[in-house]
Design a protein around this ligand. Structure first.
Ligand code: ZN
Length: 512
């Protein structure tokens, strides 16, 4: 008997088969999007957009139909009547599909269509505005997006805060007030840490931008990921303008990186480790969850905790870089001959406030996120007007990072997210950083010599622990419950802040 057949409810079994079918459609959509970002010729842009939109609306129509709603309600009633336990897969399945079904049905189709039209126009306007460094060109679109997002929140009323329904889409169950509390603690400490680092001599890192042959970069990253445990029998790595991870099932996980001859570390190596973290998560989900809503991971924040864990807690550790150094020397002979492993470790971890979020280091990154989160809330609350946004942006940059952007292209216009209508997405990046350290610390209770193993090039205990505790259960538990089950704690900024202080006190010789 398969793991799902034990649930003897006809409604559940019918719903389950239907949801499997929708999920396959979604995988097909992922194939189309992946191809669009990697190999599709530019001339196909409009044809592909039509294909994607046709299939996406078909899936939406079928998955949000009243018949599916009736099956879902009946299956929930059967689960209750038959007393399926809170740890059963079927209860996780019903919870996660209910969440998605409500999201699809509470929002009127007319709103979805109008918003989709608005955001596709807004993206064009945003690209022009950024190229011309002219915020005024984008502002009218952003005003309408904010107005529509305020409308959207009403579909989910009542709520504690107008931002809650937006946040909930990406981080189920998380409340704006909780994020504000955590961010306030992060902000204070991280600003203080940045100031302490500023007073110390800077560590050199120019050697990171030496020429590394692109072909060798590709082979190096591929071998590294395979060595750590990414399964290339069930995955691929390709290249795209912006690195990302997608999957067409747990048997086919696609990562992308970027390569540039003089930017090996950031674009290929660390992007590769980051995307690998997302990929390991998907490859580690219980195979019984494939083609179900449980396959995607607990939330964006939890997903990001895993990409950041592999990128930073593993990849930017002294142990990892010590192990990596001779491998680099072997592949790129002489390129780093005058750089010691310790120089490399310090250079890779250099802290330097900058205008651009995606280039930010571990210490300054969260401040870029907090700034966006605070501005999103002010816009949604109506306490900040779109026309005043560039000034509000620049004031916060000055307060948090001590920098004023030279122009809006390096400031408020740098990210695509708002033009896509994505409000509530940014905070998950910082939440992931925080959760990642909590999960890492719990892991080291069971694997106390994790860093000794990493320095010896052994990753299986760390990976095995994460698979057993985080990856395997997919989206069976809501993110807060998962964190509590795994770490015994709620979301706590202290472990993350302690980690930052410990690491950077050592690198910069801070006395504070
Ligand atoms: Zn990521």
């Amino acid at each position: 008997m398969g793991p799902w057949e034990q649930y003897t409810s006809e409604a559940f079994q019918t719903l389950f088969r239907e949801v499997q079918r929708f999920t396959r459609y979604v995988y097909i959509l992922h194939v189309l999007s992946w191809d669009q970002e990697t190999y599709m010729p530019p001339g196909a842009t409009e044809a592909r957009a039509r294909q994607i939109s046709t299939l996406a609306s078909l899936v939406h129509q079928e998955a949000s139909s009243p018949r599916i709603g009736e099956l879902l309600a009946q299956a929930e009633a059967d689960a209750q009547a038959q007393g399926w336990g809170p740890d059963s897969d079927a209860v996780g399945f019903l919870r996660e599909f209910r969440r998605r079904y409500d999201r699809m049905t509470k929002v009127p189709v007319e709103w979805v269509q109008a918003f989709s039209k608005l955001t596709s126009e807004a993206q064009v306007a945003w690209r022009q505005a950024r190229a011309e460094n002219n915020f005024a060109r984008f502002a009218p679109y952003l005003e309408r997006i904010v107005a529509m997002r305020r409308e959207y929140a009403q579909f989910f009323a009542p709520y504690d805060h107008i931002y809650d329904p937006l946040l909930d889409e990406f981080e189920p169950g998380m409340k704006t007030a909780e994020v504000q509390t955590v961010f306030q603690q992060l902000r204070e400490e991280q600003v203080r840490l940045i100031q302490a680092i500023r007073e110390r001599p800077q560590v050199p890192n120019a050697f990171l931008y030496r020429a590394f042959a692109v072909e060798k970069q590709r082979a190096f990253v591929r071998d590294l990921l395979a060595h750590i445990g990414f399964d290339f029998h069930r995955g691929r790595i390709d290249e795209s303008a912006h690195p990302f991870t997608t999957s067409f099932s747990i048997y086919d996980v696609r990562l992308t990186i970027r390569t540039a001859e003089t930017d090996f570390f950031r674009q290929a190596l660390y992007s590769g480790l980051h995307e690998m973290g997302h990929g390991l998560y998907i490859q580690g989900v219980d195979p019984a969850y494939d083609e179900t809503p449980l396959m995607g991971g607990a939330s964006l924040g939890v997903h990001e905790s895993q990409s950041r864990l592999w990128e930073n807690l593993v990849g930017r550790s002294r142990a990892f870089i010590t192990w990596l150094y001779p491998r680099l020397e072997q592949t790129f002979p002489g390129t780093l001959a005058d750089v010691s492993p310790e120089d490399l470790y310090r250079g890779i971890n250099r802290v330097e406030p900058s205008y651009i979020r995606i280039e930010a280091d571990e210490v300054t990154y969260n401040l870029h996120i907090m700034l966006r989160f605070e501005l999103e809330i002010a816009l949604l609350e109506g306490t900040l007007r779109v026309q005043d946004l560039p000034q509000a942006w620049n004031e916060r940059m000055q307060a948090y990072l001590g920098l004023t952007p030279p122009d809006d292209a390096h400031g408020v216009l740098q990210d695509i997210h708002w033009s896509q209508g994505a409000f509530g997405y940014f905070p998950t990046y910082a939440l992931g950083n925080v959760m990642g350290v909590q999960i890492w610390e719990r892991m080291t209770q069971d694997v106390p010599d994790a860093y000794e193993q990493i320095q010896a090039g052994r990753f299986q205990d760390v990976l095995g622990w994460l698979q057993a505790h985080i990856y395997r259960v997919g989206a069976k538990y809501p993110p807060k419950e998962l964190l509590q089950r795994v770490t015994g704690q709620s979301l706590q900024p202290k472990p993350y802040l302690d980690y930052l202080w410990r690491k950077y006190r050592d690198i910069y010789g801070l006395t504070a």
